[in-house]
Design a protein around this ligand. Structure first.
Ligand SMILES: Nc1nc2c(ncn2[C@@H]2O[C@H](COP(=O)(O)OP(=O)(O)OP(=O)(O)O)[C@@H](O)[C@H]2O)c(=O)[nH]1
Length: 542
């Protein structure tokens, strides 16, 4: 569990997460803004496409109506120069078979509105009167062709729109009205319009200026008023100038509604396009963009991880150096690296710090093992060193000598000449001792006027005896202390090992016994005691 926790707490993990989060936010931000811009551009483009389509459909409807109206007009002017007679109309109609292609039916009414000719059914004559119909009255009143509101044909029961044309005699008087009917369900009219939108998800519809459906894919709505009221599609197309909006709902579904007024007739043609299908390509773009963001984020995370790993290498190296130095596997000089980056600077700072610490430790060590007054080793150093000296001698197959020294009547020097003079004697005593022994021997001050010498690499006992005499001799010259020369002598007890290993205590006790022997014999001399021999050699005086 702990390594997992460490992993999540690691600097590497945090930086990687930071890089990943930053890339995620940047990618989402850039992606989101791009998508918004793309969506807005796409909305414009779709709206323009829909408007272009509307223009095509409007042109088609208007061309159709104009062509039909011209055909009716041409019919009323037939035959050229001849006086039109209502009685000839049935025959004339039947003679113009091309009218059947353009119109569901063509009928002729007299000025009282009575049906006097019918293209599809001559028997219908006299069965119908349209005098009350608005488009009929408008035709008589304006003496021009009009387009009716859509209505259901009395003759056929089909929804139709009527185009009219006044029938004038040679004097310019209206003698009748010719009516061409367009069946709104006729494939050549409605299917053609529907086909313009087939397969795109939206649909076209046409409403009159009064809001009656002339065309709608739902044929049941024809001749009906579209839902009026705020927010309805019919209301929107009638209440605003040509253009588009995407703020409406078509049966609860958000839709893009574009509309355009026709010039030839008081109709508005419109297209309703569900925004969802309009933006279907955008949804797929959005999904792909999200996948791309996820991939980019993942790659960024991976890249960030590798980058951080690479960048943290010097830190890991630094950590390894600290561990190696701590365990004694490497010197502090490994901190002294080249380089200009922060890690190299930190490493060199560690080097400088460690060097100072090492020096301080050495100073401390020296102070801890040195006698402050005389500058030679102290008791602590002796306690640590002597057992090691015994072990070393054992490995080398040699013997060790240990001399205990005590200045004779040192108390009286202090008492008679002062403590400073006593100190001077101690310092001089230590110096002479150090000079008298070899560099392989170790001199230490144990306490007060007690000194000790460890003799190593001894070839034999006879030489130890010579050493005792040498020490006594070294002290023979008077000591300069307190402004005068003082006679100083010392008693020296020497212990010599005969067989190793032997406990340090035993050797020290033997040296002490030898010293005691010298003191007892009157001081200023030396004696050698062989450890384990249980005999004290003869005390030799100065
Ligand atoms: N000046 C000085 N005196 C010290 C120091 N340390 C201990 N002394 C004195 O050294 C004297 C040691 O005396 P002892 O070893 O007891 O006796 P002694 O006079 O040497 O007599 P013997 O050893 O029997 O010859 C005492 O008076 C201590 O106060 C020191 O650092 N400086």
């Amino acid at each position: 569990m702990r390594p997992v926790v460490h992993f999540f707490l690691s600097f590497k993990f945090k930086i990687t997460m930071l890089v990943t989060a930053m890339v995620l936010f940047a990618a989402l931000g850039a992606g989101g803004v791009s998508l918004l811009i793309a969506e807005s551009a796409m909305r414009q483009s779709i709206a323009q496409q829909e408007q272009a389509l509307l223009a095509t459909a409007a042109a088609y409807v208007e061309r159709d109506i104009v062509a039909k109206r011209q055909m009716l007009k041409a019919f009323t002017e037939q035959p050229s120069g001849a006086e039109p007679a209502l009685g000839d109309m049935q025959a004339l109609l039947e003679a113009h078979s091309s009218l059947r292609d353009e119109f569901f039916n063509v009928t002729v009414f007299d000025t009282q509105g009575n049906l006097v000719a019918s293209l599809v059914d001559r028997r219908a004559r006299g069965t119908l009167n349209v005098a009350a119909r608005q488009y009929f009255r408008d035709t008589l009143r304006t003496r021009e062709g009009v387009t009716s509101a859509p209505f259901r044909s009395v003759l056929t029961g089909k929804p139709i729109v009527a185009l009219t044309q006044p029938l004038l005699n040679s004097k310019g008087e209206i003698i009748g009205v010719v009516q061409g009917s367009i069946e709104l369900l006729r494939p050549s009219f409605s299917a053609r319009l529907d086909s313009l939108r087939s397969g795109t998800g939206g649909y076209l519809f046409i409403v009159t200026g009064d809001g009656v459906f002339v065309h709608h894919p739902n044929k049941a709505l024809l001749l009906n008023h579209g839902d009026a009221g705020d927010g309805s599609l019919v209301d929107a197309v009638l209440g605003s100038a040509d253009g588009w909006t995407d703020e409406l709902l078509d049966e609860g579904v958000p839709t893009l509604l574009a509309h355009q007024r026709l010039r030839e007739v008081d109709w508005v043609i419109a297209v309703s396009y569900p925004i969802q299908s309009a933006f279907a390509p955008m949804a797929s773009v959005r999904t792909r963009a999200l996948v791309a963001v996820a991939v980019v984020t993942l790659l960024a995370g991976l890249f960030g991880w590798l980058l951080v790993k690479l960048m943290l290498r010097p830190l890991l190296r630094l950590h390894r150096h600290v561990v190696d130095i701590d365990t004694g596997l490497a010197p502090i000089s490994v901190f002294d690296v080249q380089g200009r980056d922060e890690f190299a600077q930190l490493s060199r700072a560690f080097f400088s710090l460690s060097r100072r610490r090492e020096r301080a430790e050495k100073d401390l060590q020296r102070l801890a093992t040195t006698d402050a007054l005389t500058g030679i080793h102290n008791r602590r150093m002796f306690d640590d060193y002597f057992p090691l000296a015994l072990a070393r001698a054992q490995r080398a197959g040699q013997q060790v000598g240990l001399a205990f020294l005590d200045i004779d009547h040192f108390k009286s020097i202090n008492d008679q000449h002062g403590h400073a003079a006593g100190d001077a004697v101690l310092v001089e005593f230590a110096r002479r001792l150090s000079d008298a022994v070899r560099c392989t021997d170790t001199v230490a001050r144990l306490a007060g006027d007690e000194f000790v010498i460890i003799f190593e690499q001894l070839p034999g006992g006879a030489e130890v005896s010579l050493l005792g005499a040498k020490i006594i001799e070294a002290m023979r010259a008077p000591f300069a202390a307190g402004g005068q020369l003082l006679p100083v002598s010392a008693s020296v007890g020497i212990a010599l090992t005969t067989e190793l290993p032997v406990a340090a205590d035993l050797v020290m006790r033997a040296a002490d016994q030898a010293l005691y022997g010298v003191k007892a014999a009157g001081r200023n001399g030396y004696a050698v005691n062989y450890v384990g021999a249980e005999r004290v050699l003869r005390v030799r005086g100065a």
